[in-house]
Design a protein around this ligand. Sequence first.
Ligand code: ZN
Length: 234
Amino acid sequence: MTQRKTASEQIDTEISGLYASAPEPLGFAPEHDLRAFGLRREPGSLLIYSVSGLGGDSPMFEDLGDISRQYLNHRHEAAFISEGLSPPLFVHENERSSVAESRPVEGTFSERHMLDEDFEVIPTPGHTSGATAFLWETDEHRLLFTGDTIYLDEGEWGAAVLDQSDRDLYIGSLELIRELDFDVLVPWVARGLPCYQVTGEADARRRIDAIIARLRRGEAADARPPGSIRETGT
Ligand SMILES: [Zn+2]
């Protein structure tokens, strides 16, 4: 995968309309990187996830223009705030009180629904009670943003089951994700590269089935358990 870096280390992805912020090492597990993603779309550009180092002058905004909404997958992202960047923030109702401790919340949702014709909001509880995936359909791809519910570990798919996570709900959400039609996985956290991954129906199902099987056996669901992720709540 070729990923062109600009002077500010922002990555222009190979996916038309998708922009990745520079990788931001996770403090307690610096081999893991966080990223936010910009989505260029006609009805209004979106920002998905949160990081702390994304300035309003980031070159991605030259293409994206004004951000109409920012969506968080779940509450842990709220600890990472980019100063000077404050699009209207939307989170699941169950994440509101936690997120609102650090950022004003513009709106909440609790049900699966569409934003315009191309962006679907799909609650996937488990990692946290209001964790929510987003499915964005472009002319070329269907991108699924899974937060920490499925993250990338040097190209392998892992899940982050915390002490406070609900394992049964997590499994149910993975079963839901398994049935979604998508061909690009875009998590919040990735260890190494890629930071997003092109997939296909059979590949995605095989990988998700493997995670579900590990969870059902009561094992850690990580591809290679980073441990600290589960202990500290990211
Ligand atoms: Zn998390």
